[in-house]
Design a protein around this ligand. Structure first.
Ligand code: HEC
Length: 463
C-alpha cells in the first residue's frame, strides 16, 4: 500500500512538472510503441498472446489499449507478472518481475492518455512459435483424447493413466519438451514418464482406480492417510526413483513454461522403442469439453554435454495431517541426499489450496545450510518454475530438505472447509507436499545413482 501511495504521489508531481515544461525536450511523452511495448514483449507476452493462458492478448496497441488502467493497477500491486520467489535467495534466470522503473513507465503511460506514439518507434514483433507452442517442436506425439464432463459429483475426475507409443525408433536425445493441452481451463495437470516397452502394451486405453469418497469428495478408507499417492505415481515415498528410463518426470501444470535444456547444453536420452506413461487430471468447469493434448520435442543430432534429470518426489509422509482451523501447519520434512555431484537447475514447489509457503535448503558436507529457494506466499493458481541465474553446484553427500507450511484457517480464502483435518491426496481439496526439482549430471554418471531418499525423518529447526 505504501508503495502504491508513493507511486501515485510521484506521478502527480511528474504531471505538474510536465505541464510547466511543455515546450522543452525533456517532455518526451511515454508512448506504447517506444516505451511500453518492449516491456510487454519481455515480461508479459509469453502468457498474454493468443493461445496462451492469459485472458487477453497484449501484443498490439489495439489489444493493450483497453487494459491500460488495469495494467497499471496489476503491475503496481505486483500481481502481474506472477512471481513469488523471495529475491533475497536469487537471482533467477527466468525472473519476469518488473523493475520499479518499468512499473513507473506503465503507470505514466496509463495516466497520460495511453497513446500509441509513432509505430516506427516500436521494436520488431516477437517471432512466437505457431499454434500456441512455446518451443518449435521437431517431433509431435499425440496424447490421449479425453472428454471432460460438464459436472461430476463434487467435481471429482480421478487421475487417469494411458500408455502411448513415443514413436522414437532409435536412441534419441531430446533437448526440449512441451506438453500442450488443447483446453487449458479444465487441465489440472498432465504428467508423463518414459517407460520400457512391454509386449502386452495396449495404447490409448484409460486406466484408473475409483477412490471411495465422502460427501465432500475426500478419499476415505484404504489406509491412513487414505489415497496417498505420489503425483505421477512412479517416484513416490518409499520408492527409489529411476524406474523410468528417460530422465524422470515431465509435467504440464497451468503457468509452467516448457522444459528447455538447450541453454544448458543438456538433454534427456530416450531409448529406442520406449513407451510413454501419461497421466491426466481434469477439473470440470460446467461445460463439456474434449481435451486433445499434444507432446512436442526438439531433438539433437549429437549428444549434449550433460544429462537433465527431473524429479517428481513427494514428501509429507504418513503423519501429514493438518488440524482444523490451523493457520500455520508445518509439514513433516522432506529430505534426500545427493549421492553424485549435480548442478541444481530448477525448482517447482507444488502444494494444493491450503499451501502457504515452501523453502528448499541444502546442507553441504561441511555443515553449511543454504536456502536455495524461498516462496513465502505460495499461490495455488500459479505453478511457476524457478531457475537459478547460475546453476547451483551440489557436491556428493549434500542433503536437501524442504519445509512447507499450510493454512487451514478461515483466513485462507481458497480454503473449502477449515473445519476438517486435511490429509495428503490427489484432489485440490486434499493436500500435497511436492518440492519438484531438476538437476544436471555429467553424461558418464549413472542416472539411477543420483539421489537417496530420506525417510521423512524429523529435522531440527536449527539444522
Ligand atoms: C505467467 C503468465 C503471465 C504473465 C507472464 C503475465 N500475465 Fe497477466 N495474467 C495472466 C493470467 C492467467 C491472468 C488471468 C488470471 C488473473 O487475473 O490472475 C492475467 C491477468 C492480467 C490482468 C487482469 C485482466 C483482467 O481480467 O482484469 C492484467 C491487467 C494483466 N494480466 C497484465 C499483465 C502485464 C502488464 C504483464 C507483464 C508486465 C503480465 N500480465 C504478465 C498471466 C500472465
Amino acid at each position: 500500500m505504501l508503495r502504491y501511495g508513493f507511486a501515485v504521489f510521484f506521478v502527480g508531481i511528474m504531471a505538474v512538472a510536465a505541464s510547466h515544461t511543455r515546450t522543452s525536450a525533456a517532455d518526451d511523452p511515454v508512448t506504447f510503441s517506444k516505451h511500453v511495448l518492449p516491456i510487454l514483449q519481455k515480461n508479459c507476452q509469453s502468457c498474454h498472446r493468443p493461445g496462451q493462458m492469459a485472458p487477453m492478448s497484449l501484443v498490439s496497441y489495439r489489444d493493450a489499449r483497453p487494459w491500460a488502467r488495469s495494467m497499471k493497477a496489476k503491475v503496481e500491486s505486483r500481481q502481474m507478472p506472477p512471481w513469488f520467489a523471495d529475491p533475497a535467495h536469487g537471482p533467477f534466470a527466468n525472473d519476469r518481475s518488473l523493475s520499479q522503473k518499468d512499473i513507473e513507465t506503465i503507470a505514466k503511460w496509463a495516466d497520460s492518455g495511453a497513446t500509441e506514439g509513432d509505430p516506427k518507434d516500436a521494436p520488431a514483433p516477437v517471432n512466437w512459435p505457431a499454434d500456441g507452442w512455446q518451443i518449435k517442436p521437431d517431433v509431435i506425439v499425440r496424447g490421449p483424447e479425453f472428454r471432460v464432463p460438464a459436472r461430476t459429483k463434487n467435481d471429482v475426475v480421478e487421475w487417469i493413466t494411458y500408455l502411448i507409443p513415443s514413436g522414437f525408433t532409435k536412441d534419441t536425445w531430446i533437448t526440449s519438451l512441451e506438453i500442450k493441452p488443447s483446453v487449458l481451463e479444465v487441465t489440472h495437470h498432465i504428467c508423463f514418464t518414459f517407460v520400457a516397452h512391454r509386449p502386452d502394451a495396449k495404447y490409448y486405453v484409460p486406466n484408473w482406480s475409483e477412490s471411495d469418497r465422502d460427501d465432500e469428495g475426500v478419499a476415505i478408507g484404504g489406509g491412513n492417510p487414505p489415497a496417498r499417492q505420489a503425483v505421477g505415481g512412479r517416484s513416490g515415498p518409499g520408492r527409489q526413483p529411476g524406474a523410468d528410463v528417460g530422465g524422470g518426470f515431465n509435467c504440464f501444470v497451468p503457468g509452467r513454461d516448457a522444459d528447455d535444456y538447450r541453454k544448458f547444453n543438456a538433454g534427456k536420452l530416450i531409448p529406442a522403442g520406449t513407451d510413454i506413461s501419461i497421466q491426466v487430471h481434469y477439473t470440470p468447469n460446467g461445460k463439456e469439453t474434449v481435451d486433445r493434448p499434444l507432446i512436442g520435442f526438439t531433438v539433437a543430432d549429437k549428444p549434449p554435454a550433460k544429462r537433465w534429470m527431473s524429479y517428481g518426489i513427494v514428501g509429507g509422509g504418513p503423519d501429514f495431517a493438518i488440524p482444523p482451523n490451523e493457520p500455520n501447519y508445518k509439514s513433516p520434512p522432506f529430505d534426500l541426499t545427493f549421492t553424485a555431484d549435480v548442478e541444481l537447475v530448477e525448482f517447482m514447489p507444488h502444494m494444493h489450496v491450503r499451501g502457504k509457503s515452501m523453502t528448499y535448503h541444502l546442507v553441504y558436507p561441511d555443515g553449511r545450510d543454504q536456502i536455495v529457494l524461498s516462496v513465502p506466499k505460495y499461490d495455488f493458481n500459479w505453478q511457476l518454475l524457478y531457475q537459478p541465474a547460475k546453476t547451483i553446484r551440489v557436491p556428493k553427500g549434500t542433503r536437501m530438505y524442504v519445509e512447507a507450511y499450510y493454512d487451514n484457517s478461515r483466513a485462507n480464502r481458497h480454503n473449502p472447509n477449515p473445519e476438517r483435518t486435511v490429509h495428503l491426496g490427489r484432489m485440490t481439496w486434499e493436500e500435497m507436499m511436492a518440492p519438484f526439482f531438476g538437476v544436471l549430471i555429467d553424461a558418464n554418471v549413472d542416472p539411477n545413482q543420483v539421489i537417496r531418499l530420506g525417510r521423512f525423518a524429523a529435522i531440527g529447526d536449527g539444522a
